[in-house]
Design a protein around this ligand. Structure first.
Ligand SMILES: Cc1ncc(COP(=O)(O)O)c(C=O)c1O
Length: 340
């Protein structure tokens, strides 16, 4: 049985979005409010961290190390929740293009006391973690490695629960038409877990995985592989006599634009529509690209006969007021450019 530490505020609401739905031609549009999935910090990472940090505590670790780009929501969420459960957090962060969110993400690390290191590229971040492990005061086994984006079979278990949660909410609302669930795909753990969870719940669902990173290794085959690995951690599904459906994956690479964190015109339009017609704020790196895909599908008639669900993966809890007072000159030199 996988260890889990309770961090998230669950279930997150499944809400109607009539104004936005009507404007884009997606009547019945629903939004899954994972932006409020945690009291201190929301977004899609909290569900994964319940299982990852639960595993770290179970193994008797006293610290975690994780990875991401300088403005990584995942690295920030890991730092916040590791601290909450008494674990020291190291984060090895790489360069990225500047976005309006990077500087405050780094400031928040400053406030939390995250031990930040800079790494150039994937291999260098791995080496940095190896070095940390080798010199860890309590021994190498006491430093738990949280993978990029929190994506591993263990982390995806959080999104298996999310699939069950959505299935329960749809049933309670009497919604039985096939659903199309849209969410961004970066390190694949959210999509993979959701696919497993909706599949086990027997919901007629298409998980629309909107690719937001340039890496070729992020593709449909890799998502399905992670789904299978996640399913291996689960007990066998209960046998039921009723009609069951399979959840299927639709992998959509065409909204990624020129690269990671580079905004597209479609994502900018999605941000403006979400703000003006639904009152929620999105980002152009992840959530805006996923909503752009949903909007495009609505306009081209692909949603007909389906219930569209937009999964909000981007945190909407406010950043702490104390960020303004953080002494950013104490952060590693490589990150100073974000404060220039
Ligand atoms: C706001 C946001 N949405 C979506 C994702 C992508 O989720 P995953 O890495 O599980 O594919 C991330 C991951 O970094 C994220 O920060």
């Amino acid at each position: 049985m996988a260890s889990r530490v309770r961090l998230a505020t669950l279930p997150t609401a499944l809400e109607a979005c009539p104004g936005l739905g009507a404007a884009i031609g997606a009547p019945g549009l629903l939004t899954k409010r994972d932006d409020l999935a945690g009291a201190e910090y929301g977004g899609n990472k909290v569900r994964k961290l319940e299982y990852l940090l639960g595993d770290a505590l179970d193994r008797g670790c006293d610290a975690v190390v994780t990875f991401g780009a300088a403005g990584s929501n995942h690295a920030l969420a890991t730092a916040i929740y590791a601290r909450q459960v008494g674990l020291t957090c190291w984060a090895v962060l790489t360069d990225q293009v500047e976005t309006p969110w990077v500087a405050n993400t780094l400031r928040w690390h400053g406030l939390l006391g995250t031990r930040l290191l800079h790494g150039t590229g994937f291999a260098a971040t791995g080496l940095a973690a190896e070095r940390l492990r080798a010199s860890h005061p309590a021994g190498p086994q006491a430093l738990y490695e949280v993978p990029w984006g929190g994506s591993s079979p263990q982390g995806s278990l959080g999104f298996v629960d999310a699939g069950t949660e959505l299935a329960t909410q749809l049933a309670a609302a009497g919604l039985t038409a096939p659903v199309r669930v849209y969410l961004p795909c970066g390190t694949m753990g959210s999509v993979a877990g959701l696919l497993a969870g909706l599949g086990r719940a027997g919901v007629a669902a298409t998980v629309v995985s909107v690719k937001v990173v340039p890496q070729n290794v992020v593709d449909a085959a890799a998502v399905l592989q992670l789904t299978r690995e996640t399913e291996r951690l689960l007990p066998p599904p209960a046998l039921t006599s009723g009609k069951r459906h399979r959840a299927s994956l639709e992998f959509r690479p065409e909204f990624a634009g020129e690269g990671y964190a580079l905004p597209t015109p479609e994502a900018r339009e999605a941000l403006a529509l979400a703000r003006d017609l639904a009152g929620f704020s999105l980002d152009t790196t992840y959530s805006g690209k996923a909503l752009a895909c949903l909007i495009s599908d609505a306009r081209t008639g692909r949603l007909e006969g389906h219930i569209p669900v937009f999964w909000q993966t981007w945190n909407s809890r406010p950043y702490p007021a104390e960020l303004a007072a953080v002494d950013t000159t104490r952060l590693p030199a490589e990150f100073q450019k974000f404060f220039a």
